[in-house]
Design a protein around this ligand. Structure first.
Ligand SMILES: *[C@@H]1O[C@H](CO)[C@@H](O)[C@H](O)[C@H]1NC(C)=O
Ligand SMILES: *[C@@H]1O[C@H](CO)[C@@H](O)[C@H](O)[C@H]1NC(C)=O
Ligand SMILES: *[C@@H]1O[C@H](CO)[C@@H](O)[C@H](O)[C@H]1NC(C)=O
Ligand SMILES: *[C@@H]1O[C@H](CO)[C@@H](O)[C@H](O)[C@H]1NC(C)=O
Ligand SMILES: *[C@@H]1O[C@H](CO)[C@@H](O)[C@H](O)[C@H]1NC(C)=O
Ligand SMILES: *[C@@H]1O[C@H](CO)[C@@H](O)[C@H](O)[C@H]1NC(C)=O
Ligand SMILES: *[C@@H]1O[C@H](CO)[C@@H](O)[C@H](O)[C@H]1NC(C)=O
Ligand SMILES: *[C@@H]1O[C@H](CO)[C@@H](O)[C@H](O)[C@H]1NC(C)=O
Ligand SMILES: *[C@@H]1O[C@H](CO)[C@@H](O)[C@H](O)[C@H]1NC(C)=O
Ligand SMILES: *[C@@H]1O[C@H](CO)[C@@H](O)[C@H](O)[C@H]1NC(C)=O
Ligand SMILES: *[C@@H]1O[C@H](CO)[C@@H](O)[C@H](O)[C@H]1NC(C)=O
Ligand SMILES: *[C@@H]1O[C@H](CO)[C@@H](O)[C@H](O)[C@H]1NC(C)=O
Length: 625
């Protein structure tokens, strides 16, 4: 114990004394501002030119990939080549939050859509859909997945699974050295020195910085978790410049300190390699993400010779979208650990206001004095929190924006809504409700049933389509905004479900053995492919029908008999059964595993349980032996 203290304090002192190394530092850097800089763009101008140009070029890649994919799905009376000869479709993929459960289930779902996954283009599989997609959105645990792929040079799930250094979840993030106490000690040491670099450079730091650095060490395949890797660096990646990957979007929520948000009045923020901002009426602007951290007034640098880069750190954004988990770090303070590790943890935690412990601080505020419809323009800092805090746990909102013209969204919902951590549609319900609130902004989202109906009808045991027919929106449009005539995307909602593995692990389970990782990923693969089409030999056909439906409607073409048959089976037809269900699934619906490994937990957004504190206490107890 004494020896450990000695080693640690020496290392700590050494690192604090170490000279700041701007070349690979977590600290943002001061630069000369670009000439005539104005970092702000208005959402009223539609898609930014950067994104619009990028997407146009992406279509060059997605078009042939989509033709190839649709041909493999064998739709009858359908010629993919001529159908797509003069038009491009936009497919969006959305991965929900839910900690490592969501990351790993999502990984299996994403692997199923990725033509690089071995065997994924065989009959009954869906490989190639990722390559045919325009957008890839992630929130919280879903963003750990999306940005693990994107920030590691658009690597694949299989490559991550086979990597010794990245995605090693066998030891908790709080005790990454496992039994090797010295490696854990140096991990905390690196972490403290990274945060210190940013603080010394004059920036406010929050718990999210620490959380983000911890996550990076697990998710980024660079030394020390790539302390200087920025989201805007993706602009220079081969896979991005050659448009080989979909356009990544990370979702987070804005929140004033101490306030609560609901889906009807939250401000949904999105991060992309180009910008940070919101389509919501309260902001309706975007800022260039590369220059976050610069002092601006209405988007213009206050001091032309002093701008900042390096604030848009990849890890910080990992942390921002999943800031709910900051709670873990706070528990360190109350777990009764003593000794130098406690001091270390405490030195990190002091000066952090407990009420706002889940906030990521973006200061200086990039929207200072911006012409936005919110008090945010007056604030010195923009405060962002976990994307799931407004209960919209699936990142659908960016993909619903009319400017993006998305045809179909494949939504992977790995939330923990029920007592045993299965989804029941709460998240899509929250997104449906949003259109009627102040932040709805005329967006239309198809009708979805209440969560009891979802369970009673077994809709959380198989994929469901929402909004199959544009004609069904007539009533909704009248309620939301009769002057709008945009047709929202068709939603293919896929609920986490135990095919081959009890994938309802706790949101707060912090370590997974290799076999558990494999079980979760295989189960996700089965959810996306309906067991490689063993549950429905027409599943691939129905996926194809969902993809082309909006374009068919735009051309005034009715669905083929084959597609109508798919829609009859997969589209929710308005049936309700809101009686309180007896269980978490319709008992008449067969499912194979018991899900006994779960603990009782609600989705992101709810209070942490005592078991959380215990998890952390245990990690530290191990550490202190
Ligand atoms: C798409 O590909 C065509 C043919 O290769 C090329 O002429 C065109 O410039 C490309 N479009 C974009 C936006 O990159
Ligand atoms: C695509 O557009 C070209 C030029 O407008 C036209 O000649 C061709 O027939 C169209 N192809 C299809 C399949 O609609
Ligand atoms: C791919 O399929 C082949 C033939 O069915 C099988 O032998 C092989 O194990 C599969 N590979 C993987 C990684 O699933
Ligand atoms: C699609 O059709 C081809 C050729 O008829 C056949 O070989 C293949 O097995 C079919 N695929 C599916 C998924 O039915
Ligand atoms: C990124 O991946 C691409 C394609 O796999 C490869 O050509 C390129 O060298 C990689 N870049 C880096 C920096 O690893
Ligand atoms: C959202 O609505 C809730 C309930 O009315 C309220 O408590 C909260 O302060 C509102 N939040 C914002 C940001 O307006
Ligand atoms: C921004 O301006 C404020 C007030 O003028 C100053 O305190 C702060 O150091 C500046 N921050 C940066 C990053 O330039
Ligand atoms: C952590 O505990 C110390 C000592 O009890 C206290 O002074 C400090 O305010 C606490 N910090 C937080 C963030 O709760
Ligand atoms: C079902 O939805 C209602 C209304 O949105 C909500 O209050 C309730 O907590 C949900 N129940 C479960 C089990 O998620
Ligand atoms: C579907 O294929 C995947 C990958 O090839 C495999 O891991 C999984 O076990 C298969 N599922 C079923 C139900 O056969
Ligand atoms: C939507 O429209 C289709 C075809 O017009 C109809 O069969 C279906 O019942 C409608 N669904 C709902 C939920 O109204
Ligand atoms: C509605 O759901 C309840 C609970 O699962 C079930 O007992 C009842 O039979 C269902 N009613 C109908 C009309 O399907």
């Amino acid at each position: 114990m004494v020896h450990l203290n000695f080693v640690l304090s020496t290392a700590l002192l050494a690192s604090l004394a170490a000279a700041w190394n701007p070349s690979n530092s977590y600290a943002p850097t001061n630069i000369q501002c670009p000439s005539n800089a104005n970092f702000l763009t208005a959402a009223s101008d539609g898609l930014s030119k950067d994104e619009a140009d990028w997407v146009k070029a992406r279509h060059n890649v997605t078009n042939p990939k989509l033709i190839e994919f649709l041909k493999r799905m064998n739709l009858s009376n359908f010629d993919a080549e001529s159908f797509l000869a003069n038009s491009s479709l936009n497919i969006g993929l959305a991965f929900s939050g839910g900690g490592y459960r969501a990351m790993l289930s999502g990984a299996g779902q994403l692997a199923a859509l990725d033509e690089r996954t071995v065997n994924s283009t065989k009959d009954g599989h869906l490989g190639g859909l990722l390559q045919a997609s325009t957008y890839l959105a992630g929130l919280s645990g879903g963003n750990w997945l999306v940005n693990s792929i994107v920030l590691n040079n658009f690597t694949s799930v299989q490559a991550l699974q086979g990597d010794k250094d990245i995605w090693d979840l066998s030891d908790s993030i709080f005790n990454p050295g496992g039994i090797n106490i010295f490696s854990t000690a140096s991990y905390y040491d690196d972490l403290v020195s990274d945060i210190d670099d940013k603080k010394k450079a004059g920036f406010e730091v929050s718990l999210t910085d620490i959380w983000g650095r911890s996550l990076s060490q697990q998710f980024i395949g660079l030394d020390n978790g790539g302390p200087a890797l920025e989201l805007s660096d993706v602009r220079n990646y081969n896979a991005f410049t050659s448009h080989a990957m979909p356009f990544p979007i990370v979702v987070s929520v804005g929140r004033a300190p101490g306030s609560k948000v609901l889906s009807t009045n939250s401000t949904v923020f999105e991060f992309t390699p180009f910008h940070l901002g919101s389509w919501d009426p309260s902001i309706y602007h975007f800022t260039d993400i590369k220059y976050l951290g610069s002092n601006v007034s209405n988007g213009v640098p206050v001091n032309k010779s002093s701008c900042v880069t390096g604030f848009d750190n990849g890890g910080f954004i990992f942390g921002t979208s999943s800031s709910l988990f900051n709670q873990f770090l706070l528990q360190l303070n109350s777990t009764g650990v003593s000794g130098v590790l406690y001091k270390l943890a405490n030195s990190i935690l002091e000066n952090i206001d407990e009420d706002d412990n889940d906030i990521a601080v973006y200061a200086p505020n990039p929207f200072k004095n911006a012409p936005v419809n919110s008090s945010i323009s007056m604030a010195d800092a923009l405060d962002l929190v976990d994307g799931g805090e407004d209960n919209q746990n699936v990142p659908l909102y960016p993909l619903q924006q009319q400017a993006r013209n998305v045809d179909v969204i494949f939504a992977y919902d790995n939330s923990a809504d029920t007592d045993h951590s299965w989804p029941n549609g709460n998240s899509i319900g929250a997104t449906y409700n949003r259109q009627f609130g102040t932040q709805g902004n005329h967006s239309i989202f198809p009708a979805v049933p209440d969560n009891n109906t979802i369970v009673n009808l077994g809709l959380n045991t198989r994929p469901v389509f929402f909004g199959c027919y544009a004609s069904n929106f007539t009533t909704l449009r009248k309620e939301v905004d009769a002057s709008q005539n945009d047709i929202p995307p068709l939603i293919v909602w896929n609920s986490n479900y135990p095919y081959s593995y009890a994938s309802n692990t706790s949101t707060f389970k912090m370590s997974y053995k290799t076999s558990e990782v494999a079980g979760m990923i295989e189960n996700g693969y089965n959810v996306a492919t309906r067991g490689n089409s063993t549950d429905d030999s027409d599943w691939g056909v129905c996926v194809g029908c969902a993809i082309i439906q909006r374009e068919r409607e735009r051309r005034g073409l009715p669905p083929t008999d084959q597609c109508r048959n798919c829609f009859d089976r997969y589209c929710w037809d308005g049936t309700l059964n809101s009686t309180k269900p007896a269980g978490e699934y319709n008992p008449k619906v067969k499912f194979s595993t018991s899900g006994s490994s779960s603990t009782s937990e609600k989705s992101a957004g709810s209070a942490l349980t005592v078991s959380t504190a215990l998890t952390v206490a245990l990690s530290f107890a191990v550490l202190m032996v």
